[in-house]
Write a protein that binds this ligand. Structure first.
Ligand SMILES: NC(=O)c1ccc[n+]([C@@H]2O[C@H](COP(=O)([O-])OP(=O)(O)OC[C@H]3O[C@@H](n4cnc5c(N)ncnc54)[C@H](OP(=O)(O)O)[C@@H]3O)[C@@H](O)[C@H]2O)c1
Length: 393
């Protein structure tokens, strides 16, 4: 029998939560893969461990000041080492069959777009890219024949039950939300929550930024925008439903009243494995779903009074054009300031709300407009953070 060639894959953001879980799957059958490239921002230690385990052709450390340290760490391996943002893009462009876009934030945009432009299978975790560059990204996906496979568990669930040939028969998409760690807290209680408390998600173990986004529920707003672009659905046909057990990962409701859902234990290796194996399926080490042990699945309506970021997301979607960039970029600045203990938890929504209100919203005609908007939104948000930080003293 002819031996099949190992499949060439690239993992961007390999040291992160999604990246590490992808590597966990790859390590279970390393002979099936040829790892072309791995990338990280500045975590030399983990990237070096991964390089030793997987022997990629190339490792990229985005922070150029870490180049010498990275080179030293893998000096015993015969692999290429590169540094800097451009090198991450070059890694995305290298010949491979599958790329994980697992970088967090808008920092992942250039490499995600580069992978899409190669017409590859792109396992897409980096939701901030689609939020900011939705129309540009989807045009590129269509033009270059890229296969965009959603890693986000909600979008992955919808993808599995979304019948594109019956798009006009879809009444709505229902994105489920665990409700985050502060679901049952009051606004007064939330006001004094620390980054440690906000980062403790009740169900999922994720990276720092998305964990805070889950606590503010901004993550759901980003996901509604992501779904609108990914599935080409108007945002008024996308609802959010709080489901604390996170067993139903999302649903599609058709006009005949049928509601199709994907269920599973909350383990990111399920959606990642789906993307890695697509169009086949692979076994994953995720625990099997035991509905008898779960006993109860419950649902609640989301509360935009308690979590105003839900309203802000809708407003950004309604405004369209560059508004989602204002939302996303100011949120990235505010979340980092909260993680650095410079502003309070409820200040995050103040920074985002003020940035959205400040605008301006202009037509998103290209990447240059995106970059300018991102820069201006960040500058405004930084000022707002400074004001709020001063008020705290
Ligand atoms: N975690 C989840 O369960 C989950 C679920 C759904 C969707 N997502 C989405 O997946 C993406 C990744 O999330 P995550 O939780 O895995 O994040 P994470 O744990 O913080 O990991 C982020 C990865 O991106 C790298 N990175 C950070 N800043 C960078 C920069 N400026 N340039 C290049 N690389 C950079 C990090 O490198 P270092 O380690 O060196 O900093 C790390 O490898 C996000 O968009 C998130 O919304 C995550």
């Amino acid at each position: 029998m002819q031996k099949t060639q190992p499949r060439p894959i690239t993992i961007l953001g390999s040291t992160g939560s999604v990246g590490s879980q992808t590597i966990d799957l790859v390590m279970r059958a390393p002979e099936n893969y040829h790892v072309v490239a791995l990338s990280a921002f500045r975590n030399v230690k983990r990237l070096s461990e991964q390089a030793h385990a997987l022997k990629p052709d190339l490792v990229v450390i985005a922070d150029e000041s870490k180049y010498a340290e990275m080179k030293d760490a893998v000096a015993d391996l015969k692999i290429e080492v590169a540094a800097g943002e451009k090198a991450v893009v070059e890694a995305a462009e290298r010949e491979s069959d599958w790329v994980l876009a697992g970088i967090v934030g808008i920092a992942g945009l250039p490499s995600t777009l580069a992978a899409a432009k190669q017409g590859k299978k792109v396992a897409f975790a980096n939701k901030e890219t689609l939020v900011c560059a939705g129309p540009l990204m989807m045009d590129m996906v269509a033009k270059y024949g890229c296969k965009l496979l959603p890693v986000d568990s909600e979008h992955n669930a919808i993808y599995q039950v979304f019948n594109a040939t019956q798009r006009d028969k879809i009444r709505r998409l229902i994105i489920t939300a665990s409700g985050g760690p502060f679901r049952t807290k009051t606004r007064e209680e939330m006001a004094v929550m620390t980054p440690e408390q906000a980062g403790k998600h009740p169900v999922w173990k994720m990276g720092a930024k998305i964990s805070i986004d889950s606590a503010t529920l901004m993550n759901k707003s980003l996901e509604v925008i992501e779904a609108a672009f990914l599935f080409e659905m108007p945002s008024d046909k996308i609802d959010v439903l709080v489901h604390p057990q996170s067993v139903i990962h999302s649903m599609v409701e058709y006009v005949d009243g049928s509601v199709l859902a994907q269920l599973g234990t909350p383990d990111m290796r399920i959606p990642i494995g789906y993307c890695l194996a697509w169009p086949e399926r692979m076994e994953t080490p995720a625990p099997q779903l035991d509905l008898i042990a779960k006993a109860q699945l419950t649902f609640e309506a989301p509360d935009p009074e308690k979590f105003p970021t839900l309203r802000m997301g809708r407003e950004a979607m309604r405004l369209g054009q560059t508004a989602p960039i204002l939302l996303n970029s100011s949120n990235e600045v505010a979340v980092q300031a909260f993680l650095d203990n410079r502003i309070g938890f409820l200040d995050i929504e103040k920074v985002v709300g003020a940035t959205l209100e400040h605008g301006p919203v202009v037509p998103l005609t290209g990447l240059d407009v995106l970059e300018e908007t991102d820069k201006a939104a960040r500058a405004f948000a930084v000022e707002k953070v400074a004001q709020l930080a001063a008020q705290r003293k």
